[in-house]
Each structure stands twice: as structure tokens, then as C-alpha cells.
Design a protein. Structure first.
Length: 569
């Protein structure tokens, strides 16, 4: 920027700059994203952006980028980037940035616009922002809120004691207390009552971390031990128009009419949450305001397993933590002949070079369940699977062999994981591996069998709750996963690495190496930086439907306060 002017001589917490481009057949359209982070409660009073040295320029054409769903049934889709009609747009959001609650002001500046069939170009911009700072901040009585069914509250006392021994002020609250709390009167259903309670816990106690304990109840009919929220976003894939999103429970606030307000994910008030179907769209804040993880336990036995794993992981750091398992192959049959899964896992490893790379690549070995299980059983700090999935399995292809699938890792391989407490954090690139609403009772439903939804438990949760091994946590998609295809922006870098899930998965490891070593903060910070990086508009911080979907469905199954690698003396 040539000049940034603010009218108060106070410190703005953070200013970050991102640059990008959308190429046409004649010339590139540059856009600049400028992010300002102010203390929570700041009032943004006026924004002025003046384009400089404006002149008429050449004609442009629209440009599309392609992407493919990772659901083992490839279908190329397109998002079209349009030439803007305004020099700038902005959005104001509320969220967390590395433990600090902030108001985010994001400016989207475009060097070229269209107007009345003509095109104009600006060389730079003058920016002026007027704002006033808040007079009070939130309390800090507790750090960590655990929400549990009443019958499991006493079981969590051991975990509470452990967390407090590490300096994390913890409170466990049962669902009946939440449903009878004064804040519950605002909730239209159980999920919204839980969300209102989280809001109250932020304002009364200063909560920063929330763990939801409970998944789906046993049986054919869908009932929940712990409430969930389904979105109503139709990406026109023909596969799904709804999927689970725990981001709902993290995105507590929005900025509205000059102040922060409750974010109900129903901006049009029609009772349909997180709606995006055709022209009907709820405008959402999307920024996490608390760091949320879920233990999708279906019974008390699974809860005991997870409590034991978390305590031992944090108390007993292990030498094999410095191993990073990379699992990938050839994801797409594209013109560039990229071996996408191998490229993505290696790109992630570039941020982790003090770790030993354990390469399980389809170009080098068979990705059999035996080879994958053996690698995990040696212990590791991280594992990154990048390929294709469904709730029951993960797989990919050998280079160029798209008629056959590698054996990969199936849910019925999970019992053979015997890595004790040497447990990796597992990031999964693929569709539906974390779709935790599955049921073995769906085995008589042909469509659900075809989609792999007749599993006793989903791939990610089975991996996480495995006794005497498995993972300490998993991060993956509850719905269709998406990666870029080809090199549509002609920069010599596969789009697979630069957009959608590829960006999320790879930058998770970058942010870890930048020093964010608490799992929930790392997960949410990755979502926050994705929102910062990709285009938004005056209605939402993300303007493209698939960008919104990938952050909504990226689920953490695990303890959000987990100290990655454990507490070392």
C-alpha cells in the first residue's frame, strides 16, 4: 500500500498483506487483501478507499479454475472468477487469532474494474479508517469448557484434574445444565442452546477452548448423544446438499450494525441454518471464536479410552514423535500428469524438515493396508494421507493407473494398529473420512451402502478412539473434499497445492512450525488464515461456495487443548 491512515494513534494488533491474481486472456487482474485486527469490541466507524491514477485499459475475459471432488468418483467442476465492478469491498468479522479475540477488517482491493462495458485500472490506493476502541474485555475465570452428557460428567473428572495440573483452568458442564440455563431460552433447538451457552461461557468465564463429548447414539434412527449442526449448502455436486459442521459451535460472533452480535448461521431468519442453495444464501462470519474439538464417543468405554490416551500422550513424550508419515499417490488423471498426493505430502514436509519423512508413496511401494499399518505401528508425531476417501476407507492410485485402486486403509484394518501411546496427529485429504453420522444399520439401504455410510463408525473416529494405538486426533472432512486440478493460473505450481483442501492441509503444517503447538488453536488458525487468504466480499469473508464448504466441513476429532508432542520437562 502507498499509504494507510488511521485516525487514532493506537496500536493495531495485526496488519497482514496478501497478493493474488486472476488471469484473463489479455492481462492479469491483481487483487490485494489487507487484514487489520483490532481488539474485540472495537467499533469501525468509517472506511475510505480512494483509487489513484485511474486510466482506461484493455478488454478482459472471465477466467475459471477447475477443481475435483475427492470421493473416488471424479467429476471436474468450475468456479468462475469475475472482473469486479467496484474498486474495493470489505468485510468485518469476529474471531480468534493465536489466542487473541479480535475484530477483523478485511479490505479487498482490485487494480482493474469494469464499468459500462469499459475497463479501468488504478495504480494504487489511499486508505483511511476511523475506529474507536472498547472499554472492557472478557473475564478469564476458565480456559477450557468440556460439554458432556450428564451420565459422563463424573468420568471426565480425571481429565479435568490432568488439565488443571498443566495450568489449564477447566470446567465440565452437563447437557441438562445447559438446557436449563437462562441462555437456553434463545435457542431454537438443542444445538443452538449449546451454542448460546458457549457464548455465555466466553462472556462470563473467558473460555477459549471447547470440547464436545459425544457422537451418534446406537441405532438406525439418527439420534445424538451430543448435538450437531448440519449445513444446508448445495455445491451442485449431485452428491450431498447437507453435511456436519462443528465450525458452527466455534463461530459464536458476527459484526453487525457497528457491534458484535450472536452468529446464528441463519442471517435471513428462515430457520434453515448455513443455507446456500442457488440465490438463497445465509451470510456467515465463519471465523472461529473458540477452539472446538469433538470426542465423538458412542459410549462411556470409548470415552475412557480417549481420556487415557490424552493423559498418557501429554505426560509421556515419545522419541518417535519426530517421524512424519506421508501417504499419497496419483489422485487425478490430468493433463499435467502430476502425482498430486505425493506432491502435497512433500510440500507439507518442507515445513517439517526436522522430522524424519516416512514416505508411503504409490510410485515407490504398494499402498497396502499392511504397509500403512506397519508404518503407523512404529510410532509417529504426524501422518498426512492425501488422496480419496469415504466413511469406511482411504485410497489412491499408482501413477497413471486410474483403473485400479490401491488397497489403502479400511476401517476393518484399525484393529491391527498397535502403536501404544506413540500416537500421531492425522490429517486426511479425501472425502467423508470424518463423517461421524454413519451407522451399521444402514447396511440395508442401497444408497448408503454405495456411499460407504453403513460403517459401525467413520474412518477418522475409529482411527482416533482405537485402544492401544491409532491416532491421538484426526482432522478431515465430513463431506466431499475438494482439491484444485491442473495449473489454471499458469504459475508453474499445481493448483492442487494452492487452493481448497490442499491449501488447508499443507498450511496446517506451516502454522505448526511457526510455533502454534496447541491442537485446537492450530486447527482454527489454519481456518482463519484460509479465510484471510482467499477472496471475500461485503457479505461474507469467503465469496465462493466451495471455499465456504471446505472450512465448514474440516473437523477436529480430538482434544482442542492437546499439547502437540506432550509436555516436555
Amino acid at each position: 500500500m502507498k499509504k494507510v491512515v488511521v485516525t487514532f494513534a493506537v496500536l493495531v494488533l495485526l496488519i497482514t498483506y496478501f497478493n493474488g491474481e486472476v488471469k484473463s486472456e489479455n492481462k492479469k487482474i491483481d487483487y490485494r487483501v489487507i487484514k487489520y485486527a483490532f481488539p474485540i469490541g472495537t467499533k469501525i466507524e468509517r472506511i475510505d478507499v480512494i483509487p489513484l491514477n485511474v486510466k482506461e485499459t484493455h478488454v478482459f475475459n472471465k477466467k475459471s479454475i477447475s477443481f475435483i471432488a475427492d470421493n473416488m468418483r471424479e467429476k471436474k467442476l468450475y468456479m468462475e472468477y469475475e472482473i469486479p465492478e467496484k474498486w474495493y469491498e470489505y468485510s468485518i468479522g469476529v474471531g480468534m487469532d493465536k489466542g487473541e479475540r479480535c475484530i477483523f477488517l478485511t479490505l479487498y482491493l482490485y487494480n482493474i474494474i469494469s464499468s459500462s462495458d469499459k475497463f479501468y485500472e488504478a495504480s494504487d490506493f489511499d486508505i483511511k479508517i476511523d475506529y474507536s476502541l472498547p472499554e472492557k474485555t472478557f473475564a478469564s475465570a476458565y480456559d477450557f469448557l468440556i460439554i458432556s452428557p450428564d451420565a459422563w460428567v463424573s468420568e471426565l473428572s480425571l481429565l479435568k484434574e490432568h488439565k488443571e495440573s498443566k495450568g489449564i483452568k477447566t470446567i465440565v458442564v452437563g447437557l441438562s445444565e445447559i438446557y436449563t440455563h437462562p441462555s437456553a431460552v434463545h435457542g431454537r433447538d438443542d444445538a443452538e442452546k449449546v451454542k448460546y451457552f458457549i457464548k455465555n461461557a466466553i462472556e462470563e468465564w473467558g473460555i477459549k477452548y471447547v470440547m464436545l463429548v459425544g457422537g451418534r447414539a446406537f441405532g438406525y434412527q439418527e439420534k445424538w448423544i451430543m448435538p450437531v449442526r448440519y449445513t444446508n449448502l448445495d455445491d451442485r455436486s449431485g452428491w450431498e446438499t447437507s453435511y456436519l459442521s462443528d465450525l458452527y459451535f466455534a463461530d459464536i460472533y458476527k459484526y453487525e450494525n457497528g457491534s458484535i452480535a450472536f452468529e446464528d448461521w441463519d442471517s435471513n431468519g428462515n430457520g434453515i441454518y448455513a443455507e446456500w442453495k442457488g440465490m438463497k444464501r445465509d451470510n456467515l462470519d465463519l471465523y472461529p471464536d473458540v477452539y472446538v474439538g469433538r470426542l465423538a464417543c458412542r459410549n462411556k468405554y470409548e470415552l475412557k479410552i480417549m481420556i487415557d490416551k490424552i493423559i498418557n500422550y501429554e505426560n509421556k513424550p515419545f522419541e518417535n514423535f519426530k517421524k512424519f508419515i506421508l501417504v499419497g499417490g496419483d489422485s487425478y488423471d490430468d493433463n499435467h500428469k502430476y502425482i498430486e498426493g505425493e506432491l502435497a505430502t512433500w510440500e507439507a514436509y518442507k515445513y517439517m524438515q526436522d522430522f524424519e519423512a516416512i514416505k508411503l508413496w504409490a510410485s515407490e511401494i504398494d499402498l497396502s493396508s499392511k504397509n500403512i499399518v506397519n508404518a503407523i505401528n512404529e510410532g509417529a508425531g504426524f501422518a498426512y494421507f492425501c488422496g480419496h476417501g469415504n466413511p469406511m476407507s482411504w485410497s489412491t492410485h499408482k501413477p497413471g493407473n486410474f483403473n485400479e485402486w490401491e488397497e489403502g486403509l479400511q476401517i476393518f484394518d484399525m484393529p491391527f494398529l498397535r502403536n501404544g501411546y506413540e500416537l500421531p496427529i492425522v490429517v486426511i485429504g479425501g472425502c467423508h473420512n470424518s463423517q461421524f453420522n454413519v451407522s451399521i444399520f444402514y447396511s440395508f439401504d442401497k444408497e448408503k451402502v454405495w456411499k460407504g455410510e453403513n460403517a459401525p463408525e467413520c474412518w477418522s473416529w475409529w482411527f482416533t478412539r482405537k485402544i492401544n494405538g491409532g491416532a491421538i486426533a484426526t482432522i478431515g472432512n465430513t463431506g466431499l473434499g475438494y482439491h484444485g486440478s491442473e495449473d489454471e493460473n499458469k504459475d508453474g505450481i499445481p493448483d492442487y497445492l494452492q487452493v481448497l483442501d490442499g491449501w488447508l492441509e499443507i498450511n496446517f503444517f506451516r502454522i505448526y512450525k511457526e510455533g502454534v503447538d496447541i491442537l485446537g488453536m492450530l486447527h482454527s488458525q489454519t481456518i482463519k488464515e484460509f479465510i484471510d487468504y482467499f477472496p471475500g466480499d461485503s457479505n461474507m469473508p469467503l465469496k465462493y461456495i466451495i471455499d465456504v464448504k471446505v472450512v465448514q466441513e474440516w473437523l477436529l476429532l480430538g482434544d482442542p487443548t492437546l499439547k502437540i508432542g506432550g509436555y516436555r520437562e
